[in-house]
Each structure stands twice: as structure tokens, then as C-alpha cells.
Ligand binder design. Sequence first.
Ligand SMILES: CCCCCCC/C=C/C(=O)SCCNC(=O)CCNC(=O)[C@H](O)C(C)(C)COP(=O)(O)OP(=O)(O)OC[C@H]1O[C@@H](n2cnc3c(N)ncnc32)[C@H](O)[C@@H]1OP(=O)(O)O
Ligand SMILES: Cc1cc2nc3c(=O)[nH]c(=O)nc-3n(C[C@H](O)[C@H](O)[C@H](O)COP(=O)(O)OP(=O)(O)OC[C@H]3O[C@@H](n4cnc5c(N)ncnc54)[C@H](O)[C@@H]3O)c2cc1C
Length: 643
Amino acid sequence: MNPDIVKERQNATFNVEKLTNILDGSPEKTRRRREIESMVLNDPDFQEQDPNFLSRSERYDQAVRKSAQMILKLREFGISDPDEIYYYKNCVHPDRPEPLDLHLGMFLPTLLNQATPEQMDRFFTPAWNLQIIGTYAQTEMGHGWWRCSQRASCSATTPTVLPALTSEDWRPQATFDPATQEFVLNSPTISSIKWWPGGLGKTSNHAIVLAQLHTQGNCHGLHAFIVPIRDMDTHVPLPGIVVGDIGPKFGFSEVDNGFLKLENVRIPLDNMLMKYAKVEPDGTYVKPPSAKLTYGTMVFIRSMIVGQSALALAKSCTIAIRYSAVRHQSELKPGEPEPQILNFQTQQHKLFPVLATAYAFTFVGQYMKQTYNRISGDIHEGDYSGLPELHALSAGLKAFTTWAANGAIEVCRMSCGGHGYSRSSALPDIYVEFTPTCTYEGENTVMMLQTARYLLKSYSQARGGQQLQGSVSYLSRLQPQPVSAGVPPLNIQDLASLVQVYQLRAANLVELAATSIQQELQLRHSQEDAWNSSAIDLVRASDAGLLSVPQALQVSAHIKELLIQLRPNAVALVDAFDLNDKKLNSVLGRYDGNVYEHLFEWARHSPLNASEVPPALTIIVIIKHNQLIGSFFPRSTSLSTST
Ligand SMILES: CCCCCCC/C=C/C(=O)SCCNC(=O)CCNC(=O)[C@H](O)C(C)(C)COP(=O)(O)OP(=O)(O)OC[C@H]1O[C@@H](n2cnc3c(N)ncnc32)[C@H](O)[C@@H]1OP(=O)(O)O
Ligand SMILES: Cc1cc2nc3c(=O)[nH]c(=O)nc-3n(C[C@H](O)[C@H](O)[C@H](O)COP(=O)(O)OP(=O)(O)OC[C@H]3O[C@@H](n4cnc5c(N)ncnc54)[C@H](O)[C@@H]3O)c2cc1C
């Protein structure tokens, strides 16, 4: 054990285990989590080659093998609780998305939320047993988002008599054919080819495809269809299905994100997910109680992503803070030993806010999950009243937490200096696997605008005298203040006072955005144009701060004081996240702090070190022998002559 890190733990002023229990929910939950983790970490079937040294195809193969093992073991051990599956999976594929993510995270949940009991028997049971492997195909090459409800032009009598075709008429279509009781699915244009779905490229044999429903000559907007895409025995693509992998990406190397072109693919009537909307055998369309229910799975995943932001931050700051405790640089005072870099105020100022955010997001993630479970329970009982708030909260928190975490992971990486750039630190991987959360499940700006839409509606209800409940109740309680009204009193030591100032700030920002829209409306006469012209206010909701200069200085001094208070407990606070070394998989973030010997050991495994003279370099030797170095580079043909 590195002596610096030992000393850090000795100096801590609280009981780490108790804090871990609070983060987990109870001592029993900590015990069970560790039990599940050790099942994976001690299981030889999950031994793997370091993916840093593998090709993409090898990484995909290794991930598929581990995922298949994982499903078998979950069954063998009877693990079916969602939290326990999540712990298990996080250890099998630490930090890495995998080919079955979409099956487990979106295909199964969409069936649970939108399938009829008959469809549950036909699809969910085989999918649970992994006979059916599914993905969720919404995004297309040309469009990542959809209008929730049908457009006026889309509900004209037949598509051919539309007054003017717009981009939505060129999206994938599912047209009902009453003669055969089938839907016919088509991707009418290149841009309507489904693009991005995880596990689509090679792994899945089914896809939930979102397409425009056409029946009796009318278009009814976006609906979900279960489309078999590969033969269940041979896994070969079915007729009319053009499917494959979209190629290498920034990260997600283990995942076969795919494309799907539908060419007159026929599926039975009862392959449309019909828990809410329905099509009768004669083609009659029965409306759902709310068109927004089609988007339920995205609300679920957005809610879960909030917790994933917390986990990514917990990992990143564990690595950076442990490393900063064992790394020494630059004498602070001449002649004295070099200090731990964690003693530099600037290093603390980089890392301690990340640590605090990791804790805050952990609790926000728990709150978001509870709120999702509560409101989705009401929805299952037929009460849809909480859906707008759930949508606004999950969209806004997904965007806010992923943006914040995305930046903070980079802060952690850079705070580790050069070694943070090595893949052995795990920080580059954490970044590339996490950063697409800002894009997928709804691009963050688009999500912020959804939340702003809800806030503005709530604001106008509050101004109309309604007493609002839940997360927007502050809009009823607080009267927005013009900046000229001066600054509110603030006690920065008092959390309630800070919350009040934040609420006032939020109310002011909503008011500013609403005012901007009103002004734009007078200029532009169209609600949509006024909205777009106020979008910056809506997303960033202005730069107004509510603090006076003396208050801001007070905050700055208080932050410095807090850095000093936090310093002795920094390592203990990251220890409390209880991230096992194998799960963390970082040479810099090791629990024992023995960084340098393991860094050297890791580098020795680089495939380039497999031979002292790599085959490509033999050419240099040949060139040298023939003394052709001078003439070789301008005329490469001379090489063949020389050999
Ligand atoms: C372990 C799992 C690993 C996961 C790996 C990740 C894999 C990634 C998967 C994906 O990315 S799947 C594809 C996800 N795609 C998106 O999220 C696309 C984002 N687009 C949308 O959500 C929508 O198209 C939209 C942009 C929100 C809708 O645009 P539209 O212009 O129709 O919106 P509005 O007119 O503003 O809204 C109409 C109405 O509907 C309400 N609403 C919108 N979305 C929802 C929702 N999800 N739930 C409930 N309500 C919703 C919105 O508030 C409006 O309400 P009103 O104000 O009219 O009452
Ligand atoms: C790793 C990864 C995995 C994915 N997995 C899946 C999957 O399994 N299934 C699936 O269906 N999809 C998947 N996606 C696709 C993903 O859901 C979309 O990329 C995402 O919804 C964003 O859409 P887009 O790519 O069309 O971006 P665009 O919407 O084209 O965004 C481009 C820019 O335009 C801006 N913009 C767009 N619309 C507006 C607006 N209304 N107002 C203001 N600004 C706007 C955005 O802010 C952004 O800056 C995945 C994507 C990635 C990266």
C-alpha cells in the first residue's frame, strides 16, 4: 500500500462504511451489492483480454461472449431484480456499453409498457429467454426526432392528395393492407433508413421500428411495430431487410450500431404494439388516450441516465483524487519535499466540486428514479396527469446532468496530467463511452427546450392564479423580481437560503424567456418563429445572476474555506463510492495507490512490445543495409528494386 494513501485514510474524520451504506440505501443493500459483484469478479468465465489491445471485431466478439455468459448466469443464480441485474451487468461490462444493451434497456421495457397481454406472451417471454433479441429503431439517417402528434397534412384522406409533401412524408411508413391483415413497411428514401440503433448491425433478430401508420388512406403519426429482421434459426437477414453495422465511432466499439432499410416488408396486424393505440381488422384506427405514450421508453431511459451521470463522475473523481494523493510535484517551498499535488489549491478547486457534484447527482439520480416509478405506476393505473411533469423533469435533468458530467470527466482527466491521457487511466474510456449521453435519448438542447416548454406553460398557469404543485410550485410562490429591485438577502452558510435564491433566479429566468417570446411575437406574428428567436433565453435562460459583488466575493472566500475543510476527507469520500479496483479498471485510481509499478507493467503488455523489432521495421533494416535511405523517400518504387 502506498504510504501517502495510507496516511490519507488515517486522517479521515468519518466512518467510510457508514457513508457507503447511505449511498446504497442500507447496510443490507451494500452487502448484497458486494455479493453480486464478487460473483462476477471472481468468475473465470468473465476473464477477458484488455480491450485496449484488441481490434474492434475482437472487442465485439468478446463482449457478445460475456453477454451470453451473463444471461446464463443471471438465470442460474435467479437474479431478476432490476437493481441486482444492473450491479451484475456493470461488473461484467465495466464502463462499456455492450451489444445487448438495447435489448435489455429498451426492447424489453418498450414491450412491458406498450404490448398487449397477447403480445407479452408472443414476444416478451421469448425475448426474456433470449430467443428473440431485439433493438429499438427510432432514429433515421436524416432525422433524429419526431413530431409527437400527427400533422394536419398527415391526416389528409390519402398521402397522394397531400397539398405539399414535407420531410415527414418521407419517413418510414407502415401501411395497413386489410386484404392480408398485414402492415407493409417501407423506407421510402435514403434519409429514412434507420441509423444508429445499438445491436441492430449484427446481434438482433427483431427490432421495434417507429414508423408512420397509414390506414384507410389516413396517416396517424408515429407508432411502434415489432419487425422480425433475421431468421430465428440461421440469423440471416429476412427478405426485404437490408441491415448492417454503421462502422467505427468515437467510442461504443463493442456495440454494433446499425442501419436498416425496409423494402416492402410485411408483418402481421398484431405486430403493432397495441396497448394504447389500435388498428381493427377492417383498418379502423382507435386513438390512444395520449399520443405521448409512444415515447414512454425514452422517459424511462432519460430517468436512468441521471444516475449514470453520477456513476461516471464517481469513477472519474475516484481516479483523479486517489492519483492526486500519491503524485508529488514541484517544491512549494525551496528545499522542502515535493508536496502531493492534492495540496495545491488549484487542484482542489478542480476536483472537489466534481466530488461534490458526484454526491449531489447520486441523490438526484435516486430522486429521479423514485419519481419515475411513482408516476409510471399512476400511468399504468390510467392516471396520466403526472406525465407532463415527468417528461419535463427527466428531459431537463438528463440534459443538465450529462452536460455537467461530460465537462467534469475532462477536468478529471486533465488534472492527472500526461498519465490521464493514457488509456491505462480509464479516463479516456469513461469520456468516450459517456459523452454520447448528451446526444442520444434526445439531444440535450432539444431536451432543454422541452423542459422550457413545460416551464412556460406552468408560468402562464401561475400568472393566471393557479396554485402549482410539485417541482414548479415555486412559480406560484415567488414573484419574479426585476434586476433593478436589487439583490435578495443571502446567507451562504444556510442551505434553505441558497435554495430560495436559486428558486428566485429560476423564476426570473422563466419570466425573461416568456417576455422574450411576447416581444418576438409582436415582431414575427408566428408562435413557432417567436419560440425559435427566444431559444437562447429558453435554454440558457439568460446570464443574470442574482448576487451582488460583495455576496459573490463572500461566496468565493467561502469556497476556499470549504476546500480546506474537505481536504482531509477527500480520499475517504471517494473510497465511500466503493468502486472495486477491477470495476474501476484504472492504473491511476487503484485503491492501494501503487500507480507507477502498475503503469510500467501495463505498458509492457502493449502489442507493440510483443517483439523487440516489429515486422514493419525490418524494412528499415533492409533500407539501411542497402544504404538507400536518401533515395527511398522521394521515390517509393526504388524499394522493390532494392529488395
Ligand atoms: C441501458 C440502456 C443503454 C441505452 C443506450 C442508448 C441508446 C440510445 C437510444 C436512443 O437514442 S433511442 C432514440 C431517442 N430519440 C429521441 O429521444 C428523439 C428525441 N425526440 C423527441 O423526444 C421528440 O421527437 C420531441 C423532440 C420531444 C418531440 O418533438 P415535437 O416537435 O413533436 O414536440 P413538441 O411539439 O414540442 O411536443 C408535443 C407534446 O408532446 C410532449 N412530449 C414530447 N415528448 C414527450 C415524452 N417523451 N413524454 C411525454 N410527453 C412528451 C411535449 O411536452 C408536448 O406537450 P404539450 O406541450 O403539447 O402538452
Ligand atoms: C452512441 C449512440 C447510440 C445511439 N443509439 C440509438 C438507438 O439505439 N436507437 C435509436 O433510435 N437512436 C440511437 N441513437 C441516435 C440518437 O438518438 C440521435 O443521434 C439523437 O436523438 C440526436 O438526433 P440527431 O442525431 O438527428 O441530431 P440532430 O437533431 O440533427 O442535432 C444536430 C444539432 O441540431 C440541433 N437541433 C436539432 N433540432 C433542434 C431544435 N428543434 N431546436 C434547436 N436545435 C435543434 C441540436 O441541438 C444539435 O446541435 C444513438 C446515437 C448515438 C450517438
